[in-house]
Design a protein around this ligand. Structure first.
Ligand SMILES: NC(=O)c1ccc[n+]([C@@H]2O[C@H](COP(=O)([O-])OP(=O)(O)OC[C@H]3O[C@@H](n4cnc5c(N)ncnc54)[C@H](OP(=O)(O)O)[C@@H]3O)[C@@H](O)[C@H]2O)c1
Length: 308
């Protein structure tokens, strides 16, 4: 049973809906909304209190691209947390080069940097009791319909992961959606590495699937945003079967994965191959790099090149 849960990026989209669904569970006593913007966090808290009729939400401020702000946030978390949902992220950053003070580019820092610090600092303080859920995406094994090729690194070495994280891997040919797949792969592999390092905790990776009703399309390049919002989401995907779903369905994947024993530590769950909705399956059955423990540990080591 998860009595206290922390969710990053909890003021909007999947994070906020996950907070709502978890709050509706009888056992939930505390939901921490980890957000970077005070006004947006307060508005989400108020709305969640109205929607659930419960006053169990707390706000912890932090920006996942800023290591110091995450460390300060951890200082404020005095009581142990049962489960943490590493949800903040998306296809952010218009160039590979835009760097954060850590040296990771914007895309990698938003999806990885603060999450790794948050989890490792909580473990150090013995303040994490059960489950870590990393949010990944079907982009890792590839989404043909959107032109996203499966991640294919030459060796998945530490150096190659470092290049993905600082953006140099992509050179001048930065395609935000394709780069996002590589960054989510690095985050996924770190999580699988942690599952082996901490066998008493559950480290699970989940993609919400192609979910309507979030802010995500707003950060895409304009042409892709237009295609997605006005062509793919409303017309093409619904015709194809198991390609899109609503916000409650996407968030339920996270809720199920942290609450249900059938979802195991060290596994990346997402849609069946070629699908973006429907049943969740173990991605390593067809994307076999996920099983390679050296690749997993290389991702972990590479991430720590950016953390002092
Ligand atoms: N939607 C989909 O179809 C889909 C599919 C696969 C995977 N995912 C993944 O699911 C997760 C949630 O996506 P979503 O669609 O719900 O996106 P969203 O609606 O854009 O929400 C993203 C959340 O992350 C927060 N955030 C962004 N940068 C942050 C930072 N630097 N520090 C702290 N919080 C930050 C945002 O806060 P602000 O409001 O302050 O910006 C917002 O609360 C992401 O990891 C995304 O990659 C989504």
């Amino acid at each position: 049973m998860n009595e206290s849960i922390l969710i990053t990026g909890a003021n909007a989209g999947l994070g906020k809906e996950t907070a709502r669904q978890l709050a509706m569970k009888r056992e939930t006593k505390r939901v921490i909304l980890f957000c970077r913007n005070q006004a947006r966090a307060e508005a989400a808290k108020k709305d969640l209190e109205v929607k659930t009729g419960k006053k169990i939400f707390e706000i912890v401020m932090g920006d996942v691209t800023d290591a110091n702000s995450v460390r300060k946030a951890v200082e404020k978390i005095k009581e142990p947390i049962d489960a943490i949902v590493l949800n903040a992220g998306g296809v952010v950053g218009k160039t590979a080069a835009k760097s954060t003070p850590s040296g990771m580019n914007q895309l990698a820092a938003t999806n990885i940097l603060g999450h790794v610090i948050l989890v490792e600092e909580l473990i150090k303080r013995d303040n994490l009791r059960k489950t870590v859920l990393s949010v990944s995406a079907e982009a890792v094994p590839g989404v043909k319909m959107l032109g996203v090729k499966p991640v294919s690194m030459k060796t998945s070495s530490v150096d190659e992961f470092v290049a993905v994280l600082d953006g140099s891997y992509f050179g001048n040919k930065f395609n935000a959606l394709q780069a996002y797949a590589y960054v989510k792969y690095a985050e996924t592999m770190w999580t699988l590495s942690m599952a082996r390092k901490y066998p008493k905790l559950k480290f699970v990776v989940v993609s919400p699937g192609n979910t309507k009703g979030t802010q995500a399309p707003d950060s895409l390049p304009p042409a892709m945003r237009f295609m997605l919002k006005f062509v793919m989401m409303p017309i093409v995907f619904p015709l194809m079967g198991e390609m899109v779903h609503t916000l409650d369905v996407g968030a339920k994947r996270f809720v199920d994965a942290i609450s249900d024993e059938q979802y195991k530590s060290g596994v990346f769950y997402a849609s069946k191959q070629g699908k973006l909705s429907g049943e969740m399956v173990d991605q390593s059955t067809f994307f076999t790099d996920l099983k390679n423990t050296s690749f997993q540990d290389n991702a972990n080591e590479a991430i720590h090149h950016f953390i002092n």
